[in-house]
Design a protein around this ligand. Structure first.
Ligand code: GDG
Length: 483
């Protein structure tokens, strides 16, 4: 059986130092959950950055980490502070991230970023090449590693390569702005199967391939001189049962055994049975539409004053990319908006926006999903948005309403949600009112459809379908070469 190896920017483990020794603990993110079962089952390895700067480690510490990682079937790509700054914060987060999310005005066209990106992608490819044998499969993830498929393919043409992009692929008219557009597309075309969250991203990718490199495309096949490449939509799912089971456990727990956060939430509802909670959860990122969400909530309070004292927005914002200037500015903007709304509409018994700027333990996250009547998801661009799916899985009594932006990839699977344009604050304000007054039977009718769909296409189905796709393309390739 061929092995399946994974390559991603970060390894699926966090490393902490305690009493002079390093401890590894598994990451809980969606990608880590979905992929862990894959590489373990197929006897492969996971190649990635362990998350610590190489310059901060002595040689002996580096060896200790490497040895511990080997026990977990992981291989470290060590990065220096300079590489992290230029490749990760620079090219990945200051060039590709804004470009692919249609924020071209935020791009920093620094040629040093590009040089570092190439060099670090080469490091990842070389590390993967140490363990990949002919006939193996390599599954590469995301925008930090767009050049790695070609770097592996050019050395080992008999390895099947899959590449999955977790963020949107922009339209050609935006993508063409990049000076390094052709190199990035060529890098991706080293893969045999390229996956996107939605058909729209796939279509945009095809149009860039056709217009920049002139390759012929029929259905979802790209015809190169010597190879055929498949591209397709694979909407990423979640570990549905994990969310559902924990939500069920929490629902059955007596109040005194619940977390402090949950008890505080319960107190809020005790004030009046009419009280409702709206929830939003995201990393602090300009793509997530946090200021427009706050403006819309302010409009809602102004336009529908009967909800004052009865409805709060609980907003969990997870710190992210603090070193990047745009993120610092956004943080100040959000702080100011929250202060303004609470100052204007709050009183001693009522806080309109409960704002948490931190990361919470998984159990708290489920408590928030379980306690909130509405999930308000307003990104201006978002590859998928897993929070929407996690909210659905956690609604074990099938009540609850999702308001979701038409710019999130997840919207394609969530037809029963209330769909909004994130730039239309009036529409969002009205949608909040609609969600809060939706009859319970209607909520349940919609939620049942949503749950059936999201349960069926979970993260394990997603990775299984992608692996099937990689095996299919192996067959197509064999037939093509036999002709
Ligand atoms: C990228 C794309 C695409 C959040 N706060 C806490 C916490 N979370 C977890 C959520 C969820 C994840 O973080 C966020 O996932 P998203 O999908 O919403 O967004 P990105 O991080 O931007 O992810 C995105 C995704 O890749 C997958 O392809 O959907 O479009 O941008 O799982 O639960 N988890 C914990 N505490 C928190 O405070 N434990």
């Amino acid at each position: 059986m061929s092995k399946i190896h994974i390559v991603s920017n970060r390894l699926p483990l966090s490393i902490n130092k305690e009493n002079d020794t390093f401890n590894l603990s598994p990451s809980v993110g969606g990608l880590a959950t979905g992929m862990r079962s894959v590489y373990k089952e197929y006897g492969g390895k996971w190649v990635g950055w362990p998350g610590l700067a190489e310059d901060d480690l002595t040689g002996a510490e580096r060896d200790e980490i490497d040895d511990k990682l080997v026990e977990e079937d992981c291989l470290a790509v060590h990065l220096t502070k300079e590489e992290i700054s230029l490749y990760y914060e620079g090219f990945s987060n200051n060039v590709i991230w804004p470009m692919f999310h249609y924020f071209a005005q935020f791009i920093d066209y620094n040629p040093n970023y590009w040089e570092a990106y190439k060099k670090v992608n080469q490091k990842f490819a070389e590390k993967a090449l140490e363990i990949v044998d002919d006939g193996d499969i390599v599954w590469i993830h995301d925008y930090q590693l767009l050049l790695v498929p070609e770097m592996i393919k050019s050395v080992k043409p008999n390895v099947t390569i899959g590449f999955f992009l977790h963020i949107p692929f922009p339209s050609f008219e935006v993508f063409r702005i990049l000076p390094w557009r052709n190199e990035l597309i060529r890098g991706m075309l080293g893969a045999d199967l390229i996956g996107f969250h939605t058909y729209d991203y796939e279509r945009h990718f095809f149009s860039s391939v056709r217009r920049l490199l002139g390759y012929e495309i029929s259905f979802n096949e790209i015809h190169l001189e010597d190879r055929i490449i498949l591209a397709d939509a694979f909407p990423m799912g979640i570990d549905y049962e994990k969310f559902e089971n924990l939500a069920k456990d929490i629902a059955h727990k007596p109040l005194q055994e619940r977390s402090e956060l949950h008890r505080e939430l319960e107190k809020y509802f005790l004030v009046s049975p009419e009280r409702k909670l709206i929830l939003s959860i995201d990393r602090l990122d300009y793509t997530k539409g946090i200021p427009n969400r706050l403006h819309a909530f302010e409009k809602f309070l102004n336009k529908y004053p009967e909800f004052k004292n009865q409805v709060s927005l609980i907003m969990l914002v997870v710190p992210s990319r603090n070193e990047v200037e745009q993120y610092k500015l956004l943080k100040s903007e959000v702080d100011e908006l929250v202060g303004r709304i609470n100052g204007q509409y709050g009183d001693v018994n009522y806080t309109p926006v409960w704002y948490f700027y931190r990361s919470l333990p998984f159990e708290n996250l489920i408590e928030l999903y379980s306690s909130s009547d509405v999930a308000l998801i307003t990104p201006v661009r978002d590859g998928m948005n897993l929070v929407a799916k996690e909210y659905i899985a956690s609604r074990v009594n099938q009540s609850g309403v999702i308001i979701i932006s038409e710019m999130a990839g997840a919207v394609k699977e969530l037809g029963e949600a209330i769909i909004i344009n994130p730039n239309n604050e009036d529409e969002i304000a009205d949608s909040i009112q609609q969600a809060l007054t939706m009859p319970i039977e209607e909520q349940r009718r919609r939620m049942r459809y949503l749950q059936d769909r999201i349960r069926r296409y979970d993260v394990f189905k997603w990775s299984g379908e992608f692996i099937k796709g990689m095996k299919k393309v192996e067959g197509i390739q064999r037939n093509f070469l036999a002709k």
